[in-house]
Design a binder for this molecule. Structure first.
Ligand SMILES: Cc1cc2nc3c(=O)[nH]c(=O)nc-3n(C[C@H](O)[C@H](O)[C@H](O)COP(=O)(O)OP(=O)(O)OC[C@H]3O[C@@H](n4cnc5c(N)ncnc54)[C@H](O)[C@@H]3O)c2cc1C
Length: 398
């Protein structure tokens, strides 16, 4: 029996789910809000772990293609002190395939392959339990029904309310992202600083991380503890921040009336936040192009829900966690595992049982990673910068 299956969202979770179903010759409808694959910048680089993202690609039959595209040398990681002293300089062995990097855009295109995604189909609501199955309503007023609707629509999921009342909350850490292009020719010193992989510098309640993507593109992430409205409200939050014992120095970045679209104003606020750090490190900000703020939100750790027949969640929609290199990996593995279970289910009861079993299994694993990444964020953006170094030594023993 062929079930009518829809996946909402064409990110790592939704595309892996669809690609594995496709491999099993099971039809699937992929509904994505973006009007086209290249409608917005695809984002930075992802390291795919052998036992998570790479396992998912194996289930999709795409591991060999991934190996041809990915950058094992991108696993290299250097940590500097704020004065530029090299504290750690870890490089992978030539044959190390544990966590190679791949650009998000390349991963998306790899997963898309033969899939027939319906672009420009933003979902507004999912209503389980109608006579004809699960009803999906779209922003353009249309609606369709399916036997199973899989919510892979990310942090601000429109599918999640059909199973859970949980909503993401702010972690207290904001990332401001900027980029450099043609780094090897235009900024050779910075190219050497970043190396083949990443360079990170940690200070009190703040850090700067730069990661090499393919084609000489570097993404830089300035991260700091601050209230959500750090750019609009100085007086109230300057005081709150100090009372919380965080760091009075963060006043440099806090301030009323900062227009986040004003590149030079954001740059000078960030340079003030990292004042006194080594000049080559600050050059990462001086040469950055646009600045994009990304306040980090999370769902409650160990988020679960009472099973609802016909609807489930994958990836960030189910367990949004801090970006410590796990989210996309988990999203992909869940997508692949659910697809295999769904493809093996024949009757309607089997489908529901398969989804229920998948949820139980995935909740336990995601809960462990959510705890790990939340604790990791506390240590990476911490009043005591030696915590970040200690965390690196624990996960990357030399
Ligand atoms: C700065 C940063 C760095 C990160 N680095 C890493 C890393 O190195 N490794 C790692 O594993 N993870 C990393 N992550 C986490 C990772 O990006 C996410 O966990 C991952 O993208 C989740 O995949 P997803 O498919 O669940 O959701 P998403 O990637 O968010 O995809 C959701 C898709 O659904 C679509 N959509 C949304 N709403 C609707 C709607 N209403 N209707 C239809 N479609 C909709 C969106 O357009 C999108 O295409 C990072 C995150 C950040 C912010």
């Amino acid at each position: 029996m062929r079930h009518r299956i829809a996946v909402i969202g064409g990110g790592p979770a939704g595309l892996t789910f669809a690609r594995v179903l496709h491999r099993h010759d099971h039809p699937v409808t992929v509904l994505e809000r973006d009007p086209a694959p290249d409608a917005r910048p695809p984002g930075g680089t992802l390291d795919l772990h052998e036992n998570l993202g790479q396992l998912a690609l194996d289930k999709a039959g795409l591991l060999a293609e991934f190996r041809a595209l990915s950058r094992p040398e991108g696993q290299a990681m250097r940590i500097l002190d704020t004065d530029g002293t090299v504290l750690r300089d870890w490089r992978p062995r030539l044959d190390d395939r544990a966590n190679p990097e791949i650009d998000r855009g390349q991963l998306r295109d790899l997963l898309l392959g033969p899939l027939d995604v319906q672009w420009g189909r933003g979902v507004t609501e999912v209503v389980p339990g109608t006579r004809d199955g699960v009803l999906v309503r779209f922003a353009d007023g249309r609606q369709e029904t399916f036997d199973l609707v899989v919510g892979a629509d990310g942090a601000w999921s429109r599918v999640r309310p059909a199973v859970s009342s949980a909503t993401p909350h702010y972690t207290g850490v904001t990332v401001v992202e900027t980029s450099l292009d043609d780094v090897d020719t235009r900024h050779p010193d910075l190219a050497r600083l970043v190396g083949d992989g990443s360079v990170a510098v940690y200070g009190v309640n703040r850090g700067l991380v730069a990661q090499r993507n393919s084609g000489g593109h570097v993404k830089v992430y300035a991260q700091f503890r601050a209230p959500l409205d750090w750019h609009t409200n100085l007086d109230r939050h300057g005081g709150v921040n100090r009372r919380a014992g965080l760091d009075a120095g963060l006043d440099a970045v806090l301030g009323a009336g900062l227009d986040l679209a004003d590149v030079e104003a954001v740059r000078s606020r960030l340079l003030a936040l990292f004042e006194g750090w080594a000049a080559p490190v600050l050059d990462l900000l001086r040469h950055g192009t646009a600045f994009v703020p990304r306040p980090l939100y999370v769902l409650p750790v160990s988020h679960t829900w009472a099973h609802v027949p016909g609807v489930t969640l994958l990836g960030d929609a189910a367990h949004l966690m801090p970006p410590l290199g796990v989210g996309a990996n988990l999203a992909m593995l869940e997508g692949a595992e659910l697809a295999e279970s769904v493809a093996a289910a024949s009757g309607p009861g089997d489908l529901d049982e398969a989804v229920r079993a998948f949820e139980e299994q995935t909740w336990a694993r995601a809960g462990r990673w959510a705890k790990f990444t939340m604790a990791g964020l506390e240590r990476l953006v911490s009043p005591d910068p030696t915590e970040a170094l200690a965390l690196f030594d624990e996960v990357q023993p030399s």
